[in-house]
Design a protein around this ligand. Structure first.
Ligand code: AMP
Length: 419
């Protein structure tokens, strides 16, 4: 035996019941919300050829610093996916399903980040991607879907920020203006931001350093550099959100961590969490990505929501509690155990959840296990019951007491009592 128990690697964790049940319930709810709008599940692999993710932009931290990449035994350079949009769009480019193609997904991503509360090296996201239409109403549908999902979870303190990053051309003009602005005040900029300015001027807007605050506040905004098409598109998105009653704030300096976004971008923050980890989800349009990955030019829009952080937000708001007990019925068998084998099986076949205890424990120990299981009812058999062909059904939670019933009516009794 090892001297110390093994531990999960830094930045990863085990999700045990009841957290796992809550996790499952969250994904099921997401599947339901996405399914209600015609999104169907896609399950891409967890690793890809590294080039797929390089398309996200060599200048992004996610690609440059945080990707788990390695050479496999066949000499391929592989990366564990740091996010799923690139994988899903690669799947689209490979299979060319008819458009509009509306897909949802759920699963883990991997980033070599500084591990801390709400920031993991393996973390899960749920998300949707919609490929084909350029329609601004699709952007609004996608944003509203995330909003409705948060509402269904019971979250009330979520804020939505939206912005337009313009078309690729608009963006080039804007980036040039930004660069000029920061370069004119280079001395006042933090050293880190000066380095960022070289590779990715947009990301300087993300700086949370105090030294940069004034310069960032005074920076030109994308809104002043939007072409007519992008401006109209953005107006249509915000009009549709108004019509849907989805509250939002236009955040002219909102940029996102991934380079592929054009036009609409958005982010959800959970006000109940500390600022350091309150980003619970985000997304936007990525009209050039499909073409970059080998498909004919196909616009796309989507979002990803962090499961871990969304559940932290649920904790902070005291909503979306873990489902209660694991089983409905606990079988207590004082006759030596053979009956427990058959009775639990019968109860399970009837569609109820049943468990039992093991290793020939005393009646008292089995009753304790029944209480601990959280089951609502115990089915108890001793020698008398066995000889009479009956079982005793006992209420474990309330004061409904117990009754002896025949084996034939056991299931009906359990069902009636559980209702
Ligand atoms: P991104 O793909 O970076 O736009 O992230 C989308 C969402 O995923 C964020 O809003 C977070 O909720 C979540 N997320 C991103 N990175 C992490 C991480 N390292 N640990 C936990 N959640 C994360």
């Amino acid at each position: 035996m090892a001297d110390q128990p093994f531990r999960a690697p830094k930045g990863t964790r085990d999700i045990l019941w009841p957290d796992s049940a809550r996790w499952r319930a969250l994904v099921d709810l997401f599947a339901d919300v996405a399914g209600s709008a015609g999104y169907l599940e896609v399950i891409p692999p967890m690793f890809e050829h590294v080039e797929v993710f390089r398309r996200l932009g060599e200048a992004t931290d996610v690609v440059r610093k945080e990707m788990y990449s390695f050479e496999d035994k066949g000499g391929r350079t592989i990366a564990l996916r740091p996010e799923q949009t690139a994988s899903v769009v690669r799947a689209f480019a490979e299979h060319r399903p008819p458009v509009p193609w509306k897909a949802w997904y759920a699963g883990p991503n991997f980033r070599y980040e500084r591990a801390q509360k709400g920031r993991f090296r393996q973390f899960d996201q749920v998300g949707v991607e919609a490929l084909g239409p350029e329609d601004a109403h699709l952007d609004a549908e996608v944003i509203a879907l995330a909003w409705r999902f948060y509402q269904r979870l019971g979250l009330r303190r979520i804020t939505l920020l939206v912005n337009s990053l313009g078309s690729t051309d608009d963006r080039q003009r804007y980036v040039a203006a930004l660069r000029a602005h920061f370069e004119a005040h280079l001395d006042a900029l933090s050293e880190e931001s000066r380095a960022t300015l070289d590779t990715n001027p947009l990301r300087v807007l993300d700086s949370r350093r105090e030294a940069d605050a004034d310069l960032v506040a005074a920076a030109p905004t994308m809104a002043d550099h939007l072409g007519d098409d992008s401006a109209t598109h953005f107006d249509q998105v915000t009009d549709a959100l108004d019509a849907l009653g989805v509250p939002f704030t236009v955040a002219p300096r909102l940029v996102r961590g991934l380079d592929y976004y054009v036009r609409t971008t958005f982010e959800f923050a959970a006000e109940a969490l500390d600022a350091a980890q309150n980003a619970v989800g985000g997304g936007g349009r990525y009209d050039g990505l499909a073409e970059d990955l080998g498909a004919p030019p196909t616009p796309g829009v989507g979002f990803a929501l962090g499961v871990d952080r969304t559940l932290l937000a649920c904790d902070a708001e005291g909503v979306f509690e873990a489902p209660a007990a694991a089983v409905d019925v606990f079988v207590v068998d004082a006759t030596g155990g053979n009956l427990a084998v058959v009775l639990t099986d019968r109860i399970r076949l009837a569609g109820l959840r049943a468990d039992r205890s093991w290793d020939d424990r005393s009646m008292k120990a089995q009753m304790k296990a029944a209480d601990r299981s959280g089951a609502a009812l115990a089915v108890i058999v001793g020698d008398d019951e066995r000889d009479n062909g009956t079982v005793t059904v006992r209420d474990l939670r309330g004061d409904a007491g117990q009754e002896a019933v025949t084996l034939d009516s056991m299931i009906d009794t359990l069902r009636a009592r559980l209702r």
